[in-house]
Design a protein around this ligand. Structure first.
Ligand code: PLP
Length: 383
């Protein structure tokens, strides 16, 4: 059957009908008063989402554009930085930093394990000459379903150095609490196709005062992603280039929906769905990949030990039209990942848990009695 696909991957995420319909009209002029009103409104809404009074700039580009912008607008050639790397997106940070000639020290953890805040602390303490200019990390590591302790790592940065903290919050923003000002995070990168509930194409960079101070001396090459141009433009409720105008219509609609729901309700909903998913998975006899207590509110990674992960994933797709994500790199065939980020409700969780039990039963690999996983998920949702 057509048009029944339920995206349960960690981006792109499902888009509400109301948001979709806002996009299906002719673009308007990006220098028009009408568009300026949208820029003004969405800029305020973005500050609300980031819990900040800092500048939040919108770029037409995917999440990686925002990550790259964070680096090239604050750092200079040869700068010493620390990059946290415990998955595919941590690796991406290292690649971007190296591409621009930064002097990168990598703090690693195995995939599925969180970054260790103490390791950051030690390196920062040893840096008595305060040469480290930035600590760069992924908050929710989408490839493994791990949430890193951004708050703790950032507080180590703040107490031991003058470095700025640059965080990829692409799958954590809009899923869990990230009070940018209260924690003192300097740069936050995010992308539209994740917690924002709109299609891919926009990304966002929030820049603290300290990040702008670093910008003043930053000499890395930049043009399209030169954030000074974006700052100058938003001060006139505008954009330096032609933005993805129709995505702005969507952005305004989705942020308005989010404001109606309220930040705390959004975070509680994600935490509840995460727990219902995790508990249901365990109750049906499957193993979670991510270290206990470090699961991301956006995504649950499952490591089935007695059956190929791709077999389950394909069967869920074929029989139920629910799209799950597979494992990346060495985890291909070893894990599958369930996205529960953004426009997700209880029905989605109940469907995916029942679909999993049904598929496992069909191939004779369901370890627990039928319905045990679902019963557990329901008890989490109802309590
Ligand atoms: C999706 C994602 C990105 C951005 O990827 P793009 O394909 O460039 O949008 C960055 N970091 C994380 C953790 C992600 O999940």
């Amino acid at each position: 059957m057509q048009d029944k696909l339920n995206l349960m991957i960690p981006g792109p995420t499902p888009v509400p009908e109301n948001v979709l319909s806002c996009m299906s009209k002719h673009p308007i002029g990006h220098r028009s008063g009408e568009f300026q009103e949208i820029v003004q409104k969405t800029t305020k809404q973005l500050q609300w989402l980031h819990q900040t009074t800092a500048d939040v700039l919108t770029i037409t580009g995917s999440g990686t554009a925002a990550m790259e912008a964070g680096i090239i607008n604050t750092l200079s050639k040869g700068d010493q930085v620390i990059c946290g790397d415990n998955g595919k997106f941590g690796e991406r940070w290292v690649k971007v930093a190296k591409a621009y000639g930064l002097n990168v020290k990598v703090v690693k953890s195995d995939w599925g394990q969180p970054l260790d805040p103490n390791e950051f602390k030690m390196i920062l303490e040893e840096d008595t000459e305060k040469k480290i200019k930035a600590v760069i990390l992924t908050h929710s590591e989408t490839s493994t379903g791990v949430i890193n302790d951004l708050k703790e790592i950032n507080s180590a940065v703040k107490s031991h150095s003058r470095a700025i903290t640059i965080a990829d919050c692409v799958t954590s923003l809009g899923a869990c609490n990230i009070p940018m000002d209260e924690w003192g995070i300097d740069v936050i990168a995010s992308g539209s196709q994740k917690g924002y509930m709109i299609p891919p194409g926009l990304s966002f960079v929030a820049m603290s005062k300290r990040a702008w101070e670093a910008n003043a001396s930053s000499d890395l090459p930049k043009f399209y992603l030169d954030l000074k141009q974006y700052l100058k433009a938003i001060n006139k409720n505008s954009n330096p280039f032609t933005p993805a105008i129709n995505l702005y219509f969507a952005l305004e609609a989705s942020l308005t929906m989010m404001q109606k729901e309220g930040l705390n309700n959004i975070f509680t909903r994600h935490a509840r769905h995460q727990k219902a998913t995790q508990e249901g998975i365990k109750a049906m006899g499957l193993k979670l990949f991510t270290k206990e207590g470090y699961g991301s509110p956006a995504i649950t990674a499952v490591q089935p030990e007695h059956v190929d992960a791709e077999t389950i994933r394909k069967s869920i797709k074929n029989d139920f039209d629910i799209l799950l994500a597979g494992g990346q790199d060495h985890l291909k065939g070893k894990i599958f990942r369930i996205g529960h980020l953004g426009f997700v409700n209880d029905r989605d969780i109940i469907s995916v848990i029942s679909a999993l039990e049904c598929s496992l039963d069909k191939i004779g690999k369901l370890k627990a009695p039928i319905g045990k996983g679902l019963a557990k998920s329901i008890s989490v949702l109802n309590n």
